[in-house]
Design a protein around this ligand. Structure first.
Ligand code: GLC
Length: 445
């Protein structure tokens, strides 16, 4: 029985849309097939049947290459479900589906359209700027931005206040899912301190769709659920949760994405002539604070900025592809930028395909397990963007070409094995299709 299930899963892993024809058409076809009601894009059928915060933003980049109105609609829908306090939830459960756990009955939030009670990396402002800068319909772009920017400002305001009450310049994540890099080894030590003995029995659904050995472990999952139950018992009052959650991390990735998003938000407000001078001054203050605080993320041994455990007061010292977003944020300058680029170059030289989430020579490296080794197209896009903007063209070229080759030969998979290039996780994945259309295709000709 088990063998049969395994065989079925392996068969299902074969990309349905391994682009035999034109990969542009295939990528557009995936976004169209994963679109719901013309309003939002699910990451992948069955495995992820709702709207995810940062997936949705990356999907918008893909849409923008062939349907600008649809791209803006994606962001509009996401922000229509923003909480009154500013948080943009990590999942919006537009429809009922029993194929995903934990669903709305676990989060137990009383909204018309239920959401989860945590957030994800804030990439919306950066995505809005990317779309705006290439937009052919300028009038529509300005019109959409006029509605969107105040909401994005509120989101960043929420991050800087609720998740950094001490105004240190470092925002905290409360759950590994908030990093978007669920089972990264960066969270291991902190997660081990989360008590999970009282967690309510539950049934995972992810391993019905993909192989268990590629997914986070059962022990990790119990602790993920213990944190959800803790937040629920405090009615998702994020300000009140800050001092009492056993898991509070300054994730390098999220902090860098927020820094870039702050810069992009400021740029967009200035570009569109926003009259709100107070908001602009506040964003500038956040950025200045971040610039100073990020020094505490630097780890000399790793040659990179690493996540900081705010409960234990300890730098994890674990470099991941998230660490390289320091270039994307414009946070690493001068000698530090040189060091980060050097670390990226070393990782690339050790790996058949780039960029792995963890360098293959590291004992923590696990080539197929989710965020503990594999390559993710969205990370490649952001890392490569940072390299390009800092002038490291050789590394940028290699990452772009690898991404294009991986997609062309293995399809629009959720993620890829950095040693063999095999496509893993869900097939016909929206963000991989979007990254092809918006970015990787230029290296694939
Ligand atoms: C997984 C990923 C997360 C993503 C979600 C939907 O949970 O770790 O980053 O948003 O799947 O694709």
């Amino acid at each position: 029985m088990l063998r049969r299930k395994r065989r079925l899963l392996l068969q299902r892993r074969k990309p349905i849309n391994a682009p035999s024809g034109d990969p542009d058409d295939a990528a557009r076809g995936i976004l169209i097939a994963n679109s719901r009601g013309g309003r939002y894009t699910i990451p992948a059928k069955r495995l992820y049947p709702f709207q995810w915060n940062w997936d949705s933003c990356f999907s918008a980049l893909g849409w923008s290459t062939f349907d600008e109105a649809r791209a803006w609609e994606e962001l509009r829908t996401l922000f229509a479900h923003q909480w009154p306090g500013g948080m943009v939830p990590h999942i919006i459960f537009h429809e009922r589906h029993d194929t995903y756990f934990p669903g709305p009955d676990v989060w137990r939030l009383k909204q018309e359209v239920p959401t989860s009670g945590i957030t994800q990396p804030p990439v919306a402002a950066s995505v809005a700027r990317f779309i705006y800068e290439r937009a052919k319909d300028r009038e529509m772009a300005r019109d959409m931005l006029a509605r969107l920017l105040p909401r994005i400002f509120l989101y960043h305001h929420w991050y800087h206040h609720q998740r950094d009450p001490g105004k240190t310049g470092l925002v905290a994540i409360y759950h590994p899912w908030e990093s978007g890099r669920d089972n990264s080894p960066e969270w291991d030590a902190a997660l081990a301190a989360v008590p999970a003995d009282k967690v309510t029995p539950y049934k995972r659904r992810d391993i019905d769709h993909v192989l268990a050995e590629h997914r986070p472990s059962q022990d990790d999952y119990n602790r993920y659920m213990a944190l959800v139950e803790l937040f629920r018992s405090h009615d998702y009052d994020h300000g009140a949760i800050y001092p009492l959650t056993p898991f509070r991390m300054a994730d390098a990735g999220v902090n860098f994405m927020l820094m870039r998003a702050n810069r992009d938000l400021l740029w967009l407000l200035e570009e569109t002539g926003s009259a709100d001078g107070a908001a602009r001054a506040e964003i500038a203050k956040w950025i200045a604070r971040q610039e100073e605080a990020f020094e505490s993320l630097w780890d000399e041994n790793a040659g990179a900025y690493c996540s900081l455990d705010l409960v234990a007061g300890r730098n994890t010292g674990i470099a991941t592809s998230g660490s390289f977003l320091s270039l994307y944020a414009g946070a690493a300058r001068g000698g530090r930028a040189e060091r980060v680029a050097g670390t990226v170059e070393r990782w690339i030289s050790e790996s058949k395909f780039s960029v792995p989430t963890i360098v293959p020579s590291d004992v923590l490296f696990d080539r197929m397990r989710y965020w503990r080794g594999p390559i993710w197209a969205i990370m490649n896009f952001m890392v490569a963007t940072g390299l390009r903007e800092s002038g490291y063209y050789a590394a940028l070229q290699r990452i772009g070409e690898d991404t294009a080759v991986l997609i062309r030969t293995n399809g629009f998979q959720e993620y890829f094995d950095p040693l063999s290039g095999a496509g893993l996780g869900g097939a016909d994945f929206s963000w991989t299709a979007a990254m092809w259309l918006f970015w990787a295709r230029e290296f694939g000709r």
